[in-house]
Structures are given as C-alpha cells and as structure tokens.
Write a protein that binds this ligand. Structure first.
Ligand code: GLA
Length: 391
C-alpha cells in the first residue's frame, strides 16, 4: 500500500505549502488470458490489481508543469511549450503524452504540480505505464472539468501511448486500469469494445504474480516487430480469403487451416497468425469455464496459452519458461503463464492459497539455481479501476 499521508508531506516539501492537492489512484492490471490479441481486435480477460499509481496534483501557481515521482530521480519543470515534446526516454513521457492528447480536447489546460508514486514493478508486464498515463488523464479531466467519459479517457490514453510514446500497443491495458471492478475480470472484445465484468470467484484459489527479475523495455523490445509480423500475415491471408477480414481474430482456426497455403513459404508469419487465432478461441473457452466455476479447466487453458506464446508468438524467454515450469511443479498450481507483452517480466499463476508459501520457497530456490535470477512474488486481488481518493 502506498502511504498517502507520507506522500502528501513529500508533496508539500517539493512544491511548497498552499492549496491541498487532490489524490487519484489507478491500479495496474494482470491479463489472465488473451495475450497479444488486443491489437488484433480479439478477446482478452484482464483484471485490475491492488498495486498501482497514486497521483497528487494541484494547479501550478507559476505556469510551469512540474512532474516528480517517488520512483525516479528525474523531476521535470516544463513550460507549456516544452510539455508538447517527448523528453528522451524518460518516465515523464507518460504524463506528457496524456497532457498532449488532453490539449487536443481543450487547448488551454493550465499547468499542474504532480507527484506520482507507484508500487507496481516497472516494465514487468503489469501495465505500470498505462497506470501512470490513465491516472494523469483522469485527474486532469477532473481538475480541468473536461467532461470526458471513462471510455473517452481509455481511447485518449491509448492514442497517447501510440502517438506520443511510440508504442503500437492495443487498448487492453488502458481499458483494464480504467474499467476494472473489485473481484471481477473483464471479458473485453477489443474490436467492438463491448465488455462484460465476470465475477472472479476464486474460493480457496488465488492469483500469484511472479516477477522474473528479467527486466523488459517495452518500447525497445520486439513488441512493434510482432505487431508488424502478424499484420504482414493478415495481409497475406486477406488476399487469399474469399470474404472480407478486418483482423486476424475474424478468422476461426478452421478457416485459418483452409487458408494455410497462403503462408506456406512464411513459417514465422504463419506461427504468429496461428497464435493469435487460437489464443482468441482459448479466451472464449476460458470465459466459459470461469463462468461455470471450473478453475481446473481455466488453469489448463492458461498453460496452453503460455506454450503458444513461447512456441508460436516467440515472446517468452528461457528464464520465464523455467519460471513457468517450476511453478507448475508445485502441488496445488492449476496453471501458469507469461503475462503482458513478454520478453521478460512476470508470470501469473492460479494456485491454492494454502500452497502459496511452498510455492514461494520452492520456485524461488529452483528458479535461482536454473537462471541465477531472483524472482519476486505477489498475491494480487482483483481491484477497482482509476478513481479519486479522499485523504
Ligand atoms: C502490452 C500492450 C497491450 C497488449 C499486451 C500483450 O501490455 O500494451 O496492448 O498488447 O502487451 O497482450
């Protein structure tokens, strides 16, 4: 938990006494299944987690926007003009991205003093970036009275990440951290943006995130490359198909088999497309078994999802595969998979609550022996989306 009183004291220390700041909080998210699907218009099943980003914010008295964080050393003090440009590869690009898109809604937004504090491990697949972007967009929407809806903010935050930060991400993360409800996961159709909150009745089971300790830099990783490869596969399949296809997830796996000849000379592209099409179908099955309370079946689908991300979409790593294998070796674990963009980061496992201690001990030891890396574990509770907090 972030200590908001201590944060308020820090806020006054940095920015001086005066008007009390307002406080906002956005969670991170964990995606339970449906990976690398959102930018192909398919189904995903994420939930908010009880870790996230707090933002203390008030209008700035001197016309400059000040961005500070308890997590990073860099403090930015920027004129309105400087706020329009990306600042190297620093964390401030997320709040700056939000401001730049909000300015398209209202040119004269004013300037703000902002102190962020997060307890999501950064760059590990738990949407620390969407959490920062969304909390900033939500807070400024409130302070400036812009009247944007939650869905408007989701779209704005995604556009900021695409256009300002420069990552071709889909809409899942921004959607999840904005719309999350406690004790629910959301089944989101990334094409229509229709969604359904599904109760996550885990009973004696829980969700455990294992941070592999292998850091991933999303914007510099293979994410944009996978985006390009899978879209190249889509272009080929479109030419071969006898009906119009908007996106890869418009195809069933049977239709894909029938079109296989179109990609016979491109095995890598074929593998990328196969992952997307099969994973999308897995999400449908996962939502059904979850509704029926069949956690065993859900666990099996999680593990199948991991295998597909490893073998077909190639976004896992040797260390993450070791982490998943060691996780599955613990009695009481129903399923385990890499979560988020991949190339390092975290896994999510579904396991009995009474197996958590054994899990942490055994996995930590065996994972260290196999990879030399230290894993970190957190049990997460499905939590509420972005909101204002009363101190
Ligand atoms: C990142 C992106 C999301 C999504 C996942 C992979 O988190 O921001 O849009 O594509 O990777 O499922």
């Amino acid at each position: 938990m972030i200590d908001l009183e201590a944060l308020q004291a820090q806020f006054y220390e940095r920015f001086g006494e005066g008007e009390a700041p307002r406080v906002f909080f956005s969670p991170g998210r964990v995606n339970l299944i449906g990976e690398h699907i959102d930018y192909h218009g398919g189904l995903v099943l994420p939930c908010g987690i009880d870790r996230g980003t707090a933002l203390m914010i008030r209008p700035s008295g001197d016309g400059t926007t000040k961005l500070a964080s308890t997590n990073f050393d860099l403090i930015a003090i920027l004129s309105a003009e400087q706020c329009r440009k990306k600042l190297g590869e620093y964390w401030v690009n997320y709040p700056l991205g939000a401001l730049s898109k909000l300015r398209e809604v209202q040119a004269d937004l004013g300037a703000f003093e902002c102190l962020f504090s997060g307890d999501i491990p950064n760059g590990t697949g738990l949407s620390s970036s969407a959490s920062v972007l969304v909390v900033m967009a939500y807070a400024v929407n409130e302070l400036a009275g812009l009247g944007l809806s939650r869905l408007g903010l989701v779209r704005l935050a995604q556009a900021a990440e695409n256009d300002f930060v420069g990552l071709q991400c889909g809409i899942m993360d921004q959607f999840a951290v904005t719309m999350a409800e406690p004790q629910h996961a959301m089944l989101l159709d990334c094409q229509s943006l229709q969604y359904e909150q599904q109760p996550l009745q885990l009973g004696e089971y829980c969700l455990l995130i294992a941070n592999s300790g292998q850091r991933r830099e999303l914007a510099e990783s293979g994410y944009n490359e996978r985006y390009a490869e899978s879209n190249a596969a889509l272009d080929r399949l479109r030419l071969a198909a006898s009906r119009e296809i908007n996106c890869l997830t418009d195809l069933s796996s049977q239709e894909f088999e029938a079109l296989a000849a179109a990609l016979v000379d491109e095995p890598v592209l074929a593998a990328r497309a196969r992952h997307v099409i099969e994973e999308n179908e897995r999400v449908k099955r996962a939502a059904n078994v979850l509704q029926a309370g069949d956690l065993q079946a859900f666990g099996v689908l999680m593990s199948e999802s991991h295998a597909s991300l490893r073998d077909l979409y190639a976004v896992s790593t040797t260390a993450i595969d070791a982490l998943v294998e060691e996780s599955m070796a613990v009695p009481g674990v129903l399923g385990s998979r890499i979560t988020g963009a991949g190339f390092g980061g975290c896994t999510v496992s579904l396991l009995r609550r009474d197996a958590v201690d054994t899990f942490c001990e055994q996995v930590s030891e065996r994972y260290r022996a196999r990879t030399g890396l230290e894993a970190e574990f957190l049990v997460v509770e499905p939590s509420r989306g972005v909101h204002e907090v009363q101190l």
